[in-house]
Design a binder for this molecule. Structure first.
Ligand code: ACO
Length: 276
């Protein structure tokens, strides 16, 4: 095929408040080129504060989720431009992963196939991750002579127990979806034909909840991992107080009222009704 345009490297569809965002270079196994990295940041920017989007799902076209960085366009061609080219393309990639880590909406990685190296950046950036049982995950860097950079070592060390992470990084073998689930890289592995259904089900449950509370909660879960207990306690008080201000729907008072006065739901078992 003729070369894909920059705009065409990412596909987006919004259905019933879920934004389905796809790595869209199936012919290159969705490896991340500078074009794709630029387009992905544009797409994330466009979707982030849309009222008709509550949850974002990141998936891949074809047989791959993403085969990591594009060895030709991201490494070889940018290295040919010297340090300036290398740093520039790194910043473009890291920029959208960072945006995704702190995204306004809850994000779900729906890993439909290959997931290698640099793809661990967006995998970690998504709040939840579900994969197909026949997806394959690998830190393949060791197999072609580099260390797992771009955050990939950090992702493996943060998500996996140390022995498993070390083996994964040193051997460069792939993990199946089920093994990735056992290792902590994803929440659940499912048969391929059940994957989208399960992700949709989780997304719909999230859509029932207060959006500001979801954002405050996902940020809190990431932030407290690096804090002492005392710092976390203090941060969480301040984060809740900030949430009280940001949540113009006054969710917590409505949640309390529907439980204590109306007795219309039990917070231990489900979310309060947002429309009441
Ligand atoms: N960078 C550049 N091109 C790639 C990449 C990549 N990461 N992955 C696949 N492609 C290209 C291939 O070169 C090939 O292009 P061509 O048709 O022009 O020859 C096309 O995508 C299809 O790839 P195949 O290898 O034929 O696909 P197959 O389905 O047989 O294998 C697999 C898929 C296993 C993902 C294989 O392509 C592969 O090993 N890719 C590299 C994975 C990797 O190590 N990524 C880098 C991780 S390290 C990092 O991200 C920093």
């Amino acid at each position: 095929m003729s070369e894909r345009t920059e705009a065409d490297t990412v596909a987006v569809e919004v259905r019933e408040a879920i934004a389905w965002v796809k790595f869209n270079r199936p012919e290159k196994r969705n490896s991340m080129s500078p074009k794709l990295n630029r387009q992905m940041l544009r797409v994330l920017n466009d979707l982030e504060f849309r009222d008709d989007v509550g949850v974002l799902v990141l998936t891949g076209a074809g047989t791959a989720w993403s085969a990591g960085m594009d060895l030709k366009e991201y490494f070889r061609e940018t290295e040919a431009q010297g340090l300036k080219g290398v740093r520039h393309s790194q910043r473009e990639a890291y920029a959208w992963w960072e945006r995704l880590r702190w995204y306004q909406k809850v994000t779900i990685a729906m890993v439909n196939g290959w997931c290698f190296g640099g793809a661990y950046g967006p995998l970690f950036a998504c709040d939840l991750a579900f994969c197909s049982e026949d997806a394959e995950f690998g830190l393949s860097e060791i197999n072609w002579g580099i260390l797992p950079g771009g955050g990939a070592s950090k992702v493996a060390a943060d998500l996996m127990p140390m022995r498993k992470a070390m083996y994964h990084a040193l051997l460069g073998e792939t993990l199946t979806g089920r093994q990735a689930e056992a290792a902590g890289l994803v929440n659940e592995a499912l048969p391929a034909d059940r994957l989208q259904e399960r992700v949709t089900e989780v997304a719909k449950k999230l859509l029932m909840k207060n959006r500001e509370t979801l954002k405050a909660t996902k940020d809190a879960m990431r932030r407290v991992r690096e804090m002492t207990y005392d710092s976390a306690e203090d941060y969480l008080i301040r984060a809740q107080e900030a949430l009280n201000w940001h949540d113009k729907t006054d969710g917590r008072h409505r949640g309390m009222k529907q439980f204590l006065d109306d007795k219309s739901y039990k917070p231990g078992l489900s979310a309060y009704e947002k429309s009441k």
